[in-house]
Design a binder for this molecule. Sequence first.
Ligand code: WTA
Length: 652
Amino acid sequence: MLDDKTPTYPPSDEMAAAAHIDRAKYDEMYAASIADPEAFWSEHGKRIDWIKPYTKVKNTSFAPGNIDIRWFEDGTLNVAANCIDRHLAERGDQTAIIWEPDDAEAGAQHITYKQLHAHVCKMANVLKKMGVGKGDRVVLYLPMIPQAAYAMLACARIGAIHSIVFAGFSADALGARINGCDAKVVITADGAPRGGRVTNLKDNVNKALLHCDDAVQCLIVKRTGQQVAMRASGDHWLHEMEAEVSNDCPPEEMGAEDPLFILYTSGSTGQPKGVVHTTGGYIVYASMTHEYVFDYKDGEVFWCTADVGWVTGHSYIVYGPLANGATTLMFEGVPTYPDAGRFWKVCQDHKVAQFYTAPTAIRALMAKGNDYVTKYDLSSLRILGTVGEPINPEAWNWYNEVVGGKRCPIVDTWWQTETGGHLLTPLPGAIATKPGSATLPFFGVHPVVLEPTSGEEIHETATEGVLCMKDSWPAQMRTVWGDHARFEKTYFSDYKNYYFTGDGCRRDADGYYWITGRVDDVINVSGHRMGTAEVESALVAHEKVAEAAVVGYPHEVKGQGIYAYVTLMEGQEYTDDLRKELSDWVRAEIGPIAKPDLIQWAPGLPKTRSGKIMRRILRKIAEDDFGALGDTSTLADPSVVDDLIENRMNRK
Ligand code: WTA
């Protein structure tokens, strides 16, 4: 990857000339942002409407024992007012959200900024009526329907903190997240149609609420009209509640550092953690990256195919685009329903200009053949984007040639739930791209590569190591909900005075960054983050399982697949039926995305004499790379390894 043969794709002259940012401007702005972050962000913070303007810009510390991150701290604002009200005078009748339902025949809905205002105000008033106020937590467990965006903005409007739980998560996972933030209300729908199949969301909520405080109320959106079981008290239909409230709700004045949302994400240890994002810095950064990274221009239709249950949906379906007065497309379905041409049909039908998706979707669609793409008119597309995992050059080339017709720059955006917005990414009119590289830092972002063991910063340009950030950026997470010590331990303790991303990377001679993947026990399955520890604890919760070790392995479509080594309780029989039972068990415990792809029976696991499982060895076996197992002499019983190799699962 570091050789000179890597092709580079510079922006065309037309693109560079017409884009918000060309190379000269990038260089100038980037240098200014690093030389004087105060001055830079003082200026760019003004892209947002403040109720009380800030006088302080940056007050951040990565110092051990004092991790404290504040941006624009004395300013006040309201995010919903920035995403809706401030656009009403000029673009009240412009479409804010195009909603494309799962059923392609059902037809899209267009929601104008004026209508968005009314919907959000109504839902905000309903929440108030249910007793929700500033600082209260509201969990959203919803399909990809406009009400998901209304609910987010309604919370923001009244100063409540939303925590979205991806609708693919199980009742157990949902319950843990409701309790984790002591939510007052859960907003859900009767059912969620995806790819023609319907999940009964309300049922899952009912199951989850059995393990929660009786006082937790539930607000239900009627999406499918199916029969649902309502609890004896505390359950309300949204449409019934809305009939009783006004469609005007003044936005609450929020401090820049008041929390805007919590989003649970997987880490290398224990339970998922509640990443906390605050109001001012987050919205400044989400809107700025949306405009510059996608070169968004007034009137264009922007489509990010993520789910609002992930951070990508927060920043680039809802907050970033709407703060910019954009038209954002929200898609309820899946890429392959009714067939593998759905994405491209939607691009054609709505004249999408920017299309942003995950490499796993690109690989899956690439496998279906070019005809699904070429039968649609994709001439409206200007910019393509990817997120979630490294993109392999083959998929990059297909995206570039077949989808983009070689006209559209590809922005490979590297970022995390924790970072709130893009940190490493090309800007389409400025940065020449190389397939597989997230290229260069966004403004104000100061990446460094550290030597993994010593933690020394490596100054040579071409190098390899762990990726850290030397300084804060406005959309950085502020804390782990309810556990600031865990925040410090997770991100600031392995490498003191730096933010540790958990990713490894290479930097080439041009200073371009190439993400090599996680260096911790987090795996990336179809662009979804999964802690191997979470899957392990689900497995050992099964009565027949004594022990489990989970690692990732290369998977053609998903990027990484889940490979589980399982030791059963004494006397249990190792059967194929049990394998299936365990897969289904994990699916029920966490959700379909956590279901192991391969389960290998492991009567013994490789352990050190002190009893620690040697995952390095398990990873190598799962990767079919057992020629290079390294030193196994410290194992308590080296023969276990031979047995595991002999009985390894066929990855094909
Ligand atoms: C990985 C998603 C390579 C990375 C926004 C990171 C990527 C994790 C890229 C965060 C990319 C994300 N190239 N790897 N363009 N984007 N990743 O929190 O390992 O769901 O640490 O945020 O995904 O995943 P998360």
